[in-house]
Ligand binder design. Structure first.
Ligand SMILES: NC(=O)c1ccc[n+]([C@@H]2O[C@H](COP(=O)([O-])OP(=O)(O)OC[C@H]3O[C@@H](n4cnc5c(N)ncnc54)[C@H](O)[C@@H]3O)[C@@H](O)[C@H]2O)c1
Length: 385
């Protein structure tokens, strides 16, 4: 009997990628009431074995081949915690095997790679959801409720200052701040306001003492569809006065202002405004619960692959602007150029044919293919904005 059959009420999952974050996922899954880790895959099988046994997962299937571990374990879903460059290939293998995937951020290093995954999700009918775990913080939901009471917004400001030493892919990337970290904050902006970004101006650079090879600091200003602005500054090599990993936020609107320190302090200064901090699972646990719940309900999760494309477009738009000396980059143009790139890069005929058939990237990501209706956004009590 496989482990999966022994525990039918928990979704049996394979975790691909047994590095630092893969270990975090496996520890959380080992105690989760919603899913059970029945398999671990990594190119480094010794690492996968060590990680699984350090968590006491003695029955889990371990190996370097996803297909083989899925077959041995009876897994019914995949959690992809590999490095960003491997995300698309692993997600494609899983969907081709008929399995839904919850994939760590960033879903792909480029919008073109994300669009190829949108097409494959359409073809296979499988759920592909990005785990943007920083959406799932109770105080972010409270801050969102407070911001909803400010009337039309003028601007949202977010500042992120940290100094992290995690040798590995981050320290080799061209844009470790924007691709690996700001993707969280940009996605949180979309959760916070439900206002969509339309254009960006950005400058990125690497302070002289930085231990990152690529740009560890950036400033970016986004034009939002409502006319409001999102003003962002960040750095991964700030040795003092550090902010929360969630960044430090302030928003003002016609009727007042609100702030959140990224941890537990939410403030609102507007007549009759208030908020509550509701109980909810946070971080990757929150993402897992939404994934398991929509697999059962058929609803569409907040960060189904189509929705997540615009978060990735914010990152790539910021990089493009920075590389062009701070020029204004229009995200709608970036989306359509990315579709042309996706068609040029795609090697599978079925995916390439589907990409070619799309009237536009914008229409393709607006068309709901997985799930019957939008999932109500957890924690949202502030009403539609
Ligand atoms: N949500 C968060 O707060 C958060 C925090 C840290 C990391 N992350 C994300 O988690 C992911 C992993 O980060 P990490 O710090 O664990 O990286 P890591 O380098 O420590 O681990 C990645 C692992 O993936 C394995 N791998 C690479 N390609 C593979 C493939 N094709 N098949 C199987 N295994 C493969 C590597 O051997 C390595 O063990 C990244 O996308 C990162 O951005 C998210």
């Amino acid at each position: 009997m496989t482990t999966a059959e022994a525990n039918p009420e928990r979704l049996p999952v394979v975790v691909v990628g047994a590095g630092a974050m893969g270990g975090e996922w496996l520890r959380m899954l080992a105690r989760s009431a919603h899913a059970e880790p029945v398999g671990v895959v990594d190119l480094d099988v010794d690492l996968a074995t060590r990680t699984a046994s350090s968590i006491g997962l003695t029955d889990a299937a371990v190996g370097s081949s996803l297909a083989d571990v899925v077959e041995r374990s009876g897994a019914r879903a995949v959690i992809n915690v590999t490095v960003p460059q491997a995300h698309r290939v692993v997600n494609e293998q899983a969907m081709r095997q008929g399995l839904p995937v919850l994939c760590e951020k960033p879903l792909a290093p480029t919008v073109a790679e994300a669009l190829r995954q949108v097409a494959l999700a359409d073809l296979t009918g499988e759920l592909l959801m990005a785990s943007q775990s920083r959406r799932y913080f109770r105080h972010l939901a409270a801050f969102r409720d407070a911001a909803a009471q400010l009337g039309p917004l003028g601007a949202v400001h977010a500042q992120f200052f940290h100094a992290d030493h995690e040798p590995g892919f981050r320290e080799q990337m061209a844009h470790p701040l924007l691709v690996d970290m700001s993707v969280h904050h940009f996605d949180m902006l979309r959760y916070l306001t439900a206002d969509e970004p339309v254009a960006v101006r950005c400058a990125s650079w690497n302070p002289s003492w930085s231990w990152f090879a690529g740009d560890a600091a950036a400033t970016a200003t986004f034009d939002l569809a409502s006319g409001a602005r999102f003003v962002y500054s960040g750095s991964r090599c700030t040795p003092g006065l550090q902010t929360s990993w969630n960044a430090d936020w302030r928003v003002y609107g016609e009727h007042g202002a609100a702030s959140w320190d990224g941890d537990h302090l939410v403030q609102v200064d507007a007549e009759d405004a208030g908020f509550e901090v509701a109980e909810a699972s946070e971080g990757i646990e929150g993402a897992l619960e939404e994934f398991v719940s929509v697999l059962a309900s058929g609803l569409t999760p907040q960060n189904e692959v189509r929705t997540n494309v615009l978060t990735l477009a914010m990152v790539e738009g910021a990089i493009r602007s920075s590389e062009r000396g701070g020029d204004r980059v229009v995200l709608a143009e970036l989306l359509e150029e990315s579709l042309a790139q996706a068609i040029a890069d795609e090697k599978s005929d079925d995916v390439a044919d589907l990409l070619r058939s799309w009237p536009s990237a914008a229409e393709a990501i607006a068309t709901r293919a997985w799930g019957s209706s939008p999932q109500p956004v957890p924690h949202a009590s502030g009403g539609a904005r």
